[in-house]
Design a protein. Sequence first.
Length: 306
Amino acid sequence: MTAIAGNPQENVDFYNGLLGLRLVKRSVNQDDPATYHLFYADGAGHPGSDLTFFPWPHLPPGTVGAGITTEVAFAVPVGTLGLWEERLGAAGAQLGTGEERFGERVLPFADPHGLSLSLVETSDDHEFTPWDQSPVPEASQIRRIHAVRLWEHVLAPTSVVLQEVLGFAPLGDDGEWQRFGPPGGGSGRWVDVREAPDAPPGRMGRGSVHHVAYRVADEETQRRVRARVEAARLRPTPVIDRFWFRSVYFLEPGGVLFELATDGPGFAVDEDATHLGERLVLPPWLEPERENIEAALPPLRMPGRV
């Protein structure tokens, strides 16, 4: 998942200092190197645990509506929502009212720039490595991204893409929300879609999701899925080398930008795994521009450090 932030220091303070996620990669937007690309994840940077940000403070706030990803949900262990509510409330976070979705306890909240988030209690197994320097105790740490929520004017075309192109299946409904995921589902594999025919079109901006990334195991799998996207006339991009992974992008029929991202090579390909995110790293083709890039970026201070 990649979203749009405002001030980058506020972003680091919230996701690293308050939510306790590890900053596993400090780089730049490869299409706009004058802004950071900040990657937060579990202690090992497992694929599926990372939420990333482009800080663009100059953008106006995004607006919720159809054709937009409206929320990112994180998985937390069962029995921890009370502790999280106390922690977020004490920090002055924008808290919603606890609720139940698809039989699971949920705490909605928002980040400082308006991105809608939630914590969902789940006992599902996760590929998870705790971060030993997190300000959040290991037993309560965020495990991974649990699900994403989309609004669409019309559900059917998006449903066809999720099922026939991505291989998902309908896994049930909860009020206005329809859940999709791989057969068998499980936390970290869900897309929840609401059909909202009367909603205004959503507008991407500060505090909104830029794109939803789906994991593919390797480049061969990515080629096969890209071929299905192309056969559906969704005009996928060529494979783009992002150095730490390979990407293909396409717009689903309702307007949400999807990405097919390989699991590897991974975040440790150019940094020692024990020192991820401690310095600005650039892909090789941007390295000759390091001096100019660094001059354009504001300094970042890690929470709790001088």
